[in-house]
Every structure is written in structure tokens, then in C-alpha cells.
Design a protein around this ligand. Structure first.
Ligand SMILES: Nc1ncnc2c1ncn2[C@@H]1O[C@H](COP(=O)(O)OP(=O)(O)O)[C@@H](O)[C@H]1O
Ligand SMILES: [Mg+2]
Length: 235
């Protein structure tokens, strides 16, 4: 969309629609969304609360099955995969950063970050996990458990975990919601950095200010997505 270049398409949505039924009423959380995201894009999705932003990224990331329409990740129609294949695609290619980090309370920070590797048994990934914890500035908490961390520190650990498998795509839903400004800035800088390394980012935010850091800004309104034109980088 828009850009004339040869970068491969990472994510494609065609007519993506999710209808929820609640209290006997049908709500189209997203309605006929069409979108192409290219490799290396940094896309911000803004919109009012309830406009469908979370539904959009969960449908895109293989977490919520659309009622109709197609979602392709690097050409694979993800909703035609079986659960195992889909889980594998998610863990290999997508790093999820959500507003409420779901760290495992019985594991220390290193083990939370290297969780994907720990399924294979042994202590694989300890060095890589440590490196990521350094990158998000919580290395000193490496052996601490989630409950011993502040909310901002937990979020940092969750982001380190999202990066562990070297995902080609990051899907972030209000990744800095209710964080202090320093942590917010650190996380935004980290996103700039990984985007500079070629990682494709789709970030939901209610903050126009944060959205300006993305090269491409989309607005959700009542389940419909609209392109805003170039963000501040091009402006
Ligand atoms: N699990 C659900 N069951 C019923 N309705 C839902 C569910 N999830 C979201 N919705 C509805 O879909 C719409 C979009 O929600 P959501 O995607 O969470 O928006 P946003 O993230 O922009 O706040 C809202 O009207 C919301 O109430
Ligand atoms: Mg939301």
C-alpha cells in the first residue's frame, strides 16, 4: 500500500472480520479489514477504546480466529493451519508485546525469557536471555521472580521474552500503557532499534505522540481501518 518498493509482504489481511455476539447482540469488532504490511514496516494503529485495535492484532497474530476473511503471514494463510502448526508459526515468527505481561510467576526472569528454549530441556538460551535482559536494562533482576519486579520491569522482561526467538514480526498492543516516561522511552528506542534491524512492527497505541514514531499510521474506527498517510518521518 502506498510504498513502491520491492520489500516482501509480511502480513496480508483480506476482508478480515470478527463478529462477537454478546448479550444477544452482534458486534463487528473488525469489519472487512484490508491491509498489507511490508517487511521492515513500522506501523502504528491508533483509535478510540473499543474501535477494534486489540481484535485486529490478535486476528493478525493468530490468537483470535476471524469470523471471515483471510490473514497471511509471509504468504501462509494462518487460519488454515491446524493448532499445532499455528502455534509453531506464532512462536517462530511473531513476538507479542501486550499491555499486561503474562510472565510465569514460578520462573525467574532468565527462565521466563528463555521459555521457548526451555521446552527442549536443559539450560539452552541462558546466555541469549541474559543478553536480552541487558538490552532492556533489567540484567540485575535476572534471578529475581516476577513478583519481585515493578510493573515497568516486568514489561521489560516480557519484551525481552518477545525478542528471544528473533521474531521477524513484533505485534504490540499498548506496549507502554501506564508506564513511567523513562521506561516508555526505553521501550520505544528498543522498537526503533529492532525495526532498524529489519523487524516488522505493528504497534497499537492510544497515544498520537507515540504513533508519530512509526513511519506509517493507521486509524481504527468502529472496526474499520484507514490509512493516515505518512507519519512524521516522511512529513
Ligand atoms: N471477547 C469479546 N466478546 C464480546 N465482545 C468483544 C470481545 N472482545 C472485544 N469485543 C468487542 O469488540 C469491540 C472491539 O474491541 P477491542 O478490539 O478490544 O477494541 P480496542 O482494543 O480498540 O479497545 C468492542 O466493542 C468490544 O466490546
Ligand atoms: Mg485494546
Amino acid at each position: 500500500m502506498g510504498q513502491q518498493d520491492n520489500r516482501p509482504v509480511m502480513i496480508t489481511l483480506e476482508d478480515a472480520t470478527k463478529v462477537y455476539t454478546s448479550g444477544g447482540e452482534e458486534v463487528s469488532a473488525i469489519d472487512g479489514v484490508r491491509l498489507e504490511v511490508n517487511q521492515g514496516d513500522y506501523v502504528a494503529v491508533v483509535g478510540h477504546s473499543g474501535s477494534g485495535k486489540t481484535t485486529l492484532v490478535s486476528v493478525m497474530g493468530g490468537l483470535t480466529r476471524p469470523t471471515r476473511g483471510t490473514v497471511k503471514v509471509e504468504g501462509t494463510d494462518i487460519w488454515s493451519l491446524d493448532n499445532r502448526e499455528l502455534a509453531r508459526l506464532r512462536s517462530e515468527r511473531i513476538g507479542f508485546c501486550f499491555q499486561f505481561p503474562s510472565l510465569i510467576s514460578t520462573l525467574n526472569c532468565i527462565d521466563n525469557v528463555r521459555l521457548p528454549a526451555s521446552f527442549a530441556g536443559g539450560d539452552g538460551g541462558v546466555d541469549a536471555a541474559m543478553e536480552l535482559l541487558e538490552r532492556v536494562s533489567v540484567a540485575e533482576k535476572a534471578r529475581a521472580f516476577p513478583k519481585e519486579l515493578s510493573g515497568g520491569q516486568q514489561r521489560r522482561v516480557a519484551i525481552a521474552r518477545a525478542l528471544f526467538n528473533r521474531p521477524r514480526i513484533i505485534l504490540a498492543d499498548e506496549p507502554t500503557g501506564d508506564l513511567d516516561e523513562d521506561t516508555e522511552e526505553d521501550i520505544m528506542e528498543l522498537f526503533d532499534e529492532v525495526n532498524g534491524e529489519g523487524v516488522t512492527i505493528v504497534m497499537v497505541t492510544h497515544s498520537r505522540r507515540l504513533a508519530r514514531r512509526a513511519a506509517r499510521v493507521l486509524t481504527m474506527e468502529n472496526g474499520t481501518l484507514a490509512e493516515n498517510g505518512a507519519g512524521s518521518r516522511e512529513a
